[in-house]
Design a protein around this ligand. Structure first.
Ligand code: BGC
Length: 750
């Protein structure tokens, strides 16, 4: 820390995040920042030697287990990192002895986390220690950790211990029962099972030492198998220890522990594994990289956000999706929200559509849960869970305890009322289909999702005979500060859009795959009567919108609420809801995150009503100052950045953009310890490509209308549209000058 008690910021180069000081106060936030993964699992950036302040975690997609209050959570899996070093009886720990030099860095290009320390032990022996680790992208069940030890000024005995910790905890709760453990010629293994979901996990590890003659031993305290190596080292001599790990679960193979042991024996050398891993990363970046010149912080931050999403998305499993905090922390317990479809999906749809397909297919597999939810609430069709996990059943907690021990429990209404999720899912289905022309997927998966959620809406929408219009009452819109509203414009217009597209898809299916259309007609009871109700809803649903002023009323009665001037609350460090309380917040015209503006953003892509430049301006002027953008939801800033940039508000756009881009790297909201803000990361991709790059997907191909932030001299990325790659290499025109492609070096060139 510096003299003012602030922590030392990370430093950035094009591809690397660097920490140049050990900062014990920043443990958990930095553990999130230095998360690595490979789409199968994610491992937080905890130190190998272990500390009491640490919160180590490895999460494997789909490994959920029951827990009180929130029903189910991703179980923290056995920790594969433990690695201790003893030098003549002194155990290497950063708060003991003296740190003579320190650097930890995450290489985003290759997905490798490393740390170099020169340490003086309490016994006054100086040693260079270099760690590196990665989760193999080329072979997902393989993890690797290398430690290199070079005595600087002494010759002596060194002992290392490499273990697997079979007692991982989810904030005090251990999901695992130990079944068995043992050793083989190659190393040691553990066999465990989750307590309720009974998912079996097998994990095995080996070590290999080069640069010294070592004696090897195994100890196996229950649940903590350990490989021990001792050797003599002399000044300047580097000894390398490679710890390799394999991990399988019964979600994936029949006998995980046997598979893990077999795999361990077959593993090639570390140097070969790291080579194939780096090659795999190179291929990924070929598709998804974004180059920014003229602003190194933005360059690094954008790559960092992409990296965190690229390691969170499953490449080989379509039964799982990306949790709100990715696989990087305990926040939201591994639950999946609209964050995935609305914020994260575009990156994948337009750069790696096969991953987008996996993520959307998860919603197909969870239709049974969505149907159970609809039945529970007395509706028809499929009603998606606001928070979803393995089955698709609703897992939003009903009640949460307050922070104040004498306070009342808090009822979480999102499970009952934040129902726009069902259309958020199909919004992504639609754009996936538009971008890929993947008709087979639409036939086999997408259409059923689309049509059965339309069936739900048709049973949820009410007809108001007095006003002769359809309405949707008792909802929560995108803005969660208002928990009981009628006719939220965002929800109503999206539902209208949903029916428009559902009828289109129904007709398309009928023409293109009539057998499938008939099958779904029977299965989902899509009678002519039902479909004509959909058309009637399209024509007669009420959207609170004044065409003459262009102003959308967020919901019925919003303009009658008490107004607020957010500036009067500055300076502050808390959200308005934390300051006013839930009840008072409900009574004011203050938003947690964009709502009417979110609607305009979603309609901006296809320029559908009520989106037009005039409504955008009118609603921006009204809602932006009333949005708790810095302390409300982290989903807001990237969207505001895009809209501000459309409106030529240069400084504000950039400020919002950086606020989102650095949310985890610089712990902007103070909650980075809970995990990566996945939606914000996805919003960053949209802000760069759809916002600053101004990409519009026309009917034929994507076209750029760039307006780059000042200082950005180049913006370069690639998009795949209907099977064809389009490369964009954009230069800086006049910021805010408009959207006619000013400064574009190359527009839509494929
Ligand atoms: C936001 C939601 C979001 C959720 C998970 C909430 O604070 O208001 O929009 O889906 O966090 O990120």
């Amino acid at each position: 820390m510096d003299t003012k008690g602030r922590y030392q910021h990370l430093t950035y180069t094009d591809w690397t995040v660097r920490e140049t000081q050990f900062e014990p106060d920043q443990f958990r936030y930095r553990e999130t920042v230095f998360t690595i993964g490979n789409g199968y699992l994610g491992t937080r950036g905890s130190f190998e030697e272990g500390y009491s302040q640490a919160s180590p975690a490895t999460f494997i997609h789909g490994v959920y287990d029951e827990v009180p209050i929130v029903y189910t959570e991703l179980a923290n899996c056995p920790d594969w990192l433990p690695f201790t070093i003893n030098i003549d009886g002194d155990r290497f720990r950063l708060e003991k002895g003296e740190i003579l030099s320190y650097e930890r860095k995450l290489d985003l290009r290759q997905g490798i986390l490393s740390r170099s320390v020169r340490w003086r032990s309490p016994n006054n022996q100086i040693i260079d220690i270099h760690f590196e680790r990665f989760a193999n992208l080329a072979d997902e069940q393989v993890l690797a950790l290398r430690c290199q030890l070079t005595p600087v000024d002494f010759a002596g005995a060194i002992e290392i211990q490499a273990s697997i910790n079979g007692y991982p905890e989810n904030q005090g709760f251990n999901h695992w029962e130990l079944l068995d453990q043992g050793k083989t010629e190659a190393g040691v293994w553990l066999n465990l099972r989750t307590r309720s979901s009974r998912i079996q996990l097998g994990i095995a590890t080996s070590i290999k030492i080069s640069g010294a003659e070592a004696s090897l031993q195994v100890t196996s305290p229950p649940g903590y198998p350990t490989l021990i190596a001792s050797f003599l080292a002399s000044p300047g001599q580097t000894v390398t220890v490679d710890k390799l790990v394999t991990v399988f679960t019964s979600k994936h193979v029949e006998n995980p522990v046997a598979t893990a042991c077999e795999k361990l024996v077959q593993l090639p050398e570390y140097s070969f594994i790291i080579k194939t891993h780096s090659q795999a990363w190179e291929e990924v970046w070929q598709k998804s990289d974004i180059v920014i010149e003229g602003d190194v912080t933005a360059q690094l931050a954008v790559r960092y956000n992409l990296f965190q999403l690229l390691i969170a998305a499953s490449r080989n499993n379509d039964q799982v999706s990306i949790p709100a905090k990715t696989l990087s922390g305990f926040g939201y317990r591994g639950h999946i929200f609209w964050d995935t479809e609305i914020f994260i999906l575009p990156l994948f749809i337009y750069t790696q559509p096969e991953i987008a397909r996996n993520l959307l297919t998860y919603r197909y597999h969870t239709l049974p849960g969505a149907r159970r939810k609809a039945v529970h609430y007395g509706y028809k069709g499929a009603m998606y869970a606001w928070e979803s996990a393995d089955t698709g059943d609703e897992v939003t907690p009903r009640w949460l305890p307050p922070n104040d021990p004498y306070g009342e429990d808090i009822r979480i209404w999102c499970r009952d009322r934040e129902i726009h999720i069902s259309t958020d899912v199909v919004y992504a289905v639609w754009y996936y289909w538009q971008a890929t022309n993947d008709d087979e997927w639409m036939r086999d998966y997408g259409a059923e999702i689309f049509l059965d959620t339309a069936v739900f809406w048709s049973s949820r929408v009410e007809y108001n005979t007095k006003h002769e219009r359809y309405e949707i009452r008792e909802v929560i819109g995108a803005d969660e500060y208002h928990e009981f509203v009628h006719n939220n414009a965002f929800t109503n217009r999206l539902v209208q859009w949903h029916f428009e597209k559902a009828l289109y898809i129904y007709d398309w299916l009928y023409k293109t795959f009539p057998d499938k259309a008939i099958e779904l007609e029977d299965k989902l009871l899509l009678s002519i009567g039902r479909r004509s109700r959909w058309s009637d809803i399209i024509t007669n649903i009420w959207i609170p919108y004044d065409e003459s002023t262009g102003l959308i009323e967020q919901f019925e009665g919003f303009f009658q609420l008490q107004d607020i001037n957010l500036e009067e609350y500055e300076p502050r460090t808390k959200s308005i809801q934390a300051i006013l309380g839930i009840e008072e917040g409900n009574k004011r015209q203050v938003l947690k995150q964009p709502d009417a503006l979110m609607l305009l953003y979603l309609m901006r892509q296809s320029q559908e009503p009520p989106y037009n430049p005039h409504t955008l301006q009118a609603n921006w002027d009204y809602y932006a100052p009333r949005t708790d953008i810095s302390y409300g939801s982290s989903l807001g800033p990237a969207i505001h950045a895009i809209l501000a940039s459309d409106l030529g508000k240069t400084a504000q756009a950039y400020e919002r953009f950086m606020q989102a881009a650095l949310v985890d790297l610089e712990n902007v909201r103070g909650n980075a310890p809970e995990g990566i803000h996945g939606a914000s990361a996805g919003g960053i991709w949209q802000a760069v490509v759809l916002g600053f790059g101004g990409i519009q997907m026309g009917d034929s191909e994507p076209i750029a209308h760039p307006h780059l932030p000042p200082g950005w001299t180049r913006l370069k990325f690639k998009l795949i549209w209907r099977g064809k790659w389009h490369e964009f290499d954009l230069g800086n025109g006049e910021w805010g000058q408009g959207d006619q492609g000013a400064g574009s070096r190359d527009r839509g060139n494929s």
